[in-house]
Ligand binder design. Structure first.
Ligand code: GLY
Length: 367
């Protein structure tokens, strides 16, 4: 492990989980965030842990998502134990309801899920509208309260001696021709043996990174809303045509989410709310009388090929962990472990996720 501190830029779930994992293994870790920890996509997401329902982009990605889901109970036990914060991990199944013939055929054929009839699913989730034909349930899946997980990771990092500088303003990395030297920002210069860029949708814009080590990240906006729900009205995470519903035990029912490649725009719009409410009320008319408790939007970090960037780059000591798109919360434990293994020299990383793939074509063209 590096003798100089590992500096992690970005205190979202991924950045904090990497810090937590490295600190657990004995590293000196310093996390810097320009704003509030855990407040960007980590706060805006719904916390769904659903690799089978929310089909990932490729077999390699799917395997990584499944591996991360399997790590969740152990990861959460460790974080809760060190922080005292209950992150409300619930692996009690995700239900995708079918309303049309084509949906039914697709869901009946889906592996690792169990098809349940209309009567069965209405017993499980009485709120579903009369038009439901049946549902696929994946019992291994569920949810975590991502806002609580952010608080828990922050406390667990503090307990492990990780220094976290929040609201630190913009920083730039400093490097010589071969490798990183440290991070400079309003707080001064912090020397670093390694730097991990975990700034999500902003990861392509970190100052000081040479062109050959950059990864392109596209922000993909997701708008969401929460309804104030009588306890137990919706029991499990429910996918319905055009939306998903995530019941929280604080009485909120999250309804999500739009998928909009509109740059760094986090406005909540009438069209965005309208589309989610239309989908939700078409499938579950009983939601129509509930009060809207909250609306918000966040930015998913998208990559050109739909796969994350996790690993080292062509600049020595500079690592990237971003591009998780719709699966950042799910992939938090597996990403933290993979980056820690790479930094310790115990793993080369997963080839499909290597940040080096971005520049492979241009390196070949230059030869
Ligand atoms: N994973 C949920 C979303 O991206 O909307």
């Amino acid at each position: 492990m590096h003798r100089e501190p590992v500096v992690i830029v970005g205190a979202g779930l991924i950045g904090l989980a990497i810090a937590y994992e490295l600190a657990r293994r004995g590293a000196t870790v310093h996390v810097i965030d320009a704003n509030e920890p855990g407040r960007a996509a980590s706060w805006a997401g719904a916390g769904m842990l659903a690799p089978y329902t929310e089909t990932p982009a490729s077999p390699a990605f799917e395997a990584f998502c499944i591996a991360s889901l399997e790590r969740y109970p152990g990861f959460v036990a460790g974080v809760q134990g060190r922080s005292g914060v209950d992150v409300r991990l619930q692996l009690d199944g995700v239900v995708e309801a079918a309303y049309g013939e084509a949906d039914e055929a697709r869901l009946r054929a889906r592996p690792r899920t169990r098809w349940v009839t209309r009567d069965e699913v209405r017993l499980m989730e009485p709120v579903l509208g009369a038009g439901v034909r049946g549902a696929a349930i994946c019992e291994a899946e569920g949810q975590v309260d991502n806002r609580r997980l952010g608080r828990a990771l922050l406390a667990a990092c503090a307990a492990l001696g990780v220094r976290v500088d929040a609201r630190a303003g913009p920083v730039a990395i400093e490097a010589n021709a071969r490798r990183v030297l440290g991070v400079r920002g309003p707080l001064g210069f912090i020397p670093a043996g390694a730097i991990v860029n975990a700034t999500g949708a902003w990861a392509g814009m970190l100052e000081g990174v040479p062109e050959h080590a950059r990864v392109p990240v596209t922000p993909v906006k997701g708008q969401m809303l929460a309804l104030a729900m009588p306890r137990g009205l919706v029991r499990r995470v429910l996918w319905i045509p055009g939306a998903y519903l995530v019941p929280r035990d604080d009485g909120r029912l999250l309804v999500g989410a739009t998928v909009e490649p509109v740059g760094f725009d986090v406005r909540v719009t009438a069209r965005g709310l309208g589309s989610m409410l239309e989908a939700a009320l078409a499938a579950v008319p009983a939601l129509g009388d509930l009060a809207v408790a909250e609306t918000w939007a966040g930015l998913r970090p998208g990559s050109a090929d739909g796969l994350p960037y996790i690993g080292g780059t062509s600049l020595g000591g500079y690592y990237v962990a971003t591009g998780h798109y719709r699966n950042g919360i799910l992939l938090t434990p597996a990403t933290a472990e993979l980056i820690a293994d790479i930094l310790e020299g115990r793993a080369d990383g997963i080839a499909a996720f290597s940040p080096l793939r971005v520049h492979e074509g241009s390196a070949a063209a230059e030869k």
